[in-house]
Design a protein around this ligand. Structure first.
Ligand code: COA
Length: 316
């Protein structure tokens, strides 16, 4: 299990931003063309509506600009841009190129695809870059899953949507935020959830559900152990917003009350790489976090990937 050396330079989130497309599609809207109902979707997933539209670059620029403004960091001082996405706008180049240009950054920029675990993978990678000398990193999680969703398939169309969340992470010489982390993948499960190039998503929903609960619990336990904490030390969980029943089942096994979770999936659907930052920063914007709180980020996704992190919140 990776542990963080005490000597490592650590980072802290100093600004964040969220972006959702304007167009809202409700469950009733979907029920006009699909054999489904608002009642079924709410009961089985917790989702009430989702936002659809934009490109991965345009949403990333919107959330990234907000994060930069909040942090007060000059775009020219950003040392690296990490764009977590599983829906790039082009095959070549990486969508981070357009985002780097759009935000006026002059730094290394790359896409990172770990599906719905992508933002936490990006957060961990950013701390690695800080540990080897970088000072200011912009991590953005964005997906436009609506572009790879088959809108005639009720198994997937009710779940997936578009959105973006961004964080500026700055090196600190004082105590940092990252207390424990875990990234994992099991490529043997690739066929449970995939989209071939140019095609739409295929998903074995029941099996993904079953695996997701176990994967989230395993990953969270690894991060907590690395941090030297237990679930009772956690103030807030920002879980991947796939399905409220998955979150309820994982939290039950972890013995974390649902009142400690941030659930925005009712309004956003599953936005993949954007889902954890949207949940985390909505909680922060609503005053649910204060300096010193221990926050658990935990996600799972196609791959199947898993990622979690325990961070000590520092209110900017
Ligand atoms: N509307 C209405 N009925 C539907 C439906 C829909 N959108 N989708 C399936 N049904 C029906 C099924 O046909 C089935 O009918 P039957 O009992 O007559 O055979 C019944 O509802 C139950 O279907 P089931 O597949 O067992 O539902 P479920 O409770 O497993 O919920 C998912 C389906 C997809 C919502 C759920 O499995 C899930 O969320 N899985 C994980 C998906 C996920 O997280 N993916 C992203 C990973 S990052």
């Amino acid at each position: 299990m990776p542990t963080i050396p005490n000597s490592a330079i650590n980072g802290v989130i100093t600004g964040w931003g969220r972006a959702l497309p304007e167009t809202i599609v409700t469950n009733d809207d979907l029920a006009k063309t699909l054999d489904t109902s608002d009642e079924w979707i709410r009961e089985r997933t917790g989702i009430e509506q989702r936002h659809i539209g934009g490109t991965t670059a345009s949403l990333s620029i919107e959330s990234g600009r907000r994060a930069l403004e909040m942090s007060g960091v000059d775009p020219l001082s950003i040392d690296a841009l990490i764009l977590a996405t599983t829906t790039p706008d082009r095959t070549v180049p990486a969508t981070s190129a357009a985002v780097q240009h759009g935000l006026g950054l002059r730094c290394g920029a790359f896409d990172l695809n770990a599906a719905c675990s992508g933002f936490v993978y990006g957060l961990v990678t950013a701390h690695g870059l800080i540990a080897i000398g970088m000072r200011n990193i912009l991590v953005i999680g964005t997906d436009t899953l609506s572009r790879i969703t088959d809108w005639t398939d009720r198994n997937t169309a009710i779940l997936f949507a578009d959105g973006s969340g961004a964080a500026v992470i700055q090196a600190t010489d004082g105590p940092g935020q990252l207390l424990g982390w875990d990234i994992d993948a099991d490529g043997s499960l690739e066929d449970l959830l995939y989209a071939d190039i140019g095609k739409t998503l295929y998903m074995e929903g029941k099996e993904v559900f079953r695996r997701a609960v176990r994967i989230m619990v395993d990953s969270a336990e690894k991060s907590l152990k690395a941090a030297g904490l237990t679930t009772s030390d956690i103030t807030l969980v920002a879980p991947h917003q796939a399905n409220i029943r998955i979150i309820e089942a994982a939290c039950k096994r972890l013995d974390i009350p649902m009142s400690k979770t941030s659930w925005v999936g009712d309004k956003t659907g599953n936005t993949s790489s954007a889902s954890i930052p949207l949940a985390l920063f909505e909680a922060a914007d609503n005053g649910r976090l204060k300096t010193g709180d221990n926050v658990l980020l935990v996600g799972f996704g196609a791959g199947m990937t898993a990622a979690s992190a325990v961070i000590k919140w520092k209110q900017p």
